[in-house]
Design a protein around this ligand. Sequence first.
Ligand SMILES: CC(C)(COP(=O)(O)OP(=O)(O)OC[C@H]1O[C@@H](n2cnc3c(N)ncnc32)[C@H](O)[C@@H]1OP(=O)(O)O)[C@@H](O)C(=O)NCCC(=O)NCCS
Length: 293
Amino acid sequence: MAGLTIRPMTPDDVPEAERVSDEGFFELDTRMQRISGPAPERRSDQHRAVWIERTLHLVGTDPGGCWVAEDETGMVGMATSYRRETLWCLATYAVLPGRQGQGIGKPLLAAAMNHGRACTRGMLSSSSDSKAVRVYRQAGFDLHPQMYLTGTIDRSTLPVVEKVREGSASDIDLMDSLDRGARGAGHGPDHELMLRTWRLLVSDTTTGSGYAYLNERGQLALLAASNRRTATRLLWAALADGPADVTVSHVTGANQWVLDVGFAARLELHQEGYLGLRGMKPPAPYVHNGALL
Ligand SMILES: CC(C)(COP(=O)(O)OP(=O)(O)OC[C@H]1O[C@@H](n2cnc3c(N)ncnc32)[C@H](O)[C@@H]1OP(=O)(O)O)[C@@H](O)C(=O)NCCC(=O)NCCS
């Protein structure tokens, strides 16, 4: 496309990249809004701060994985990606509304994917956008539908949860080993970021181990465990400690145990987006994060 430049993202680009992605996702949410769903909202100041911190972290760990597209009008697109061991992950990918479908996104994704060319596995969480799913499938990703559970917790359903404790940096080796079992690669430096911004719950017993992060809104952000029993225990602990209005996102068909907990807590089941995978099967028992997967 004439006048288009694709270049590496720098830390100074991050606030503008945040604006481009917020525009892209707000327009997407408006376009895809469900009749019964909540009205789309712009990113809150709190969410914006978390987004910027995460993106600065990724530009720091993976300067070769984060790219922007610009023309004479300024930044029109952005993609952030990173390598963890043998796994390449796409964190965020957006083109300004009004500039989509004009050939900007594909060279951006190609630049990001080049960063992962030596990786044997790939992972991303796709929106339901018709262009996004087309581009990801063309790039060789298998698309696995994602479900989510939402509603107001019926607190009378909460079981007594034992053998779950607060986690800390001393749990990183345990968590990286659980990550390798689930997705073939540890989160490595991302655990340091998540520990800084989120709350960590850990269960480590003779019969199984696992961990769960609760995000800045108290909602489940990521969960990995060595077996379903431990995963179920951690999900109940997360629900018990979270807000009354809860959403458990990014549930794949390989994780039916999440539905068992959600239905027991009287939550409603819906579908949104896809887990895109290359060279791997849907991790289980595991609830991935949208950007840190
Ligand atoms: C996904 C996104 C980044 C892709 O960038 P883009 O600039 O639109 O992508 P391109 O124009 O390079 O490629 C889009 C592809 O979809 C096709 N396309 C264009 N309009 C389309 C439509 N309405 N429906 C389906 N396909 C469409 C294009 O023809 C092209 O495919 P082709 O090269 O095989 O012909 C961008 O559309 C976007 O920001 N969407 C909203 C946010 C989002 O969903 N981001 C991804 C989140 S995981």
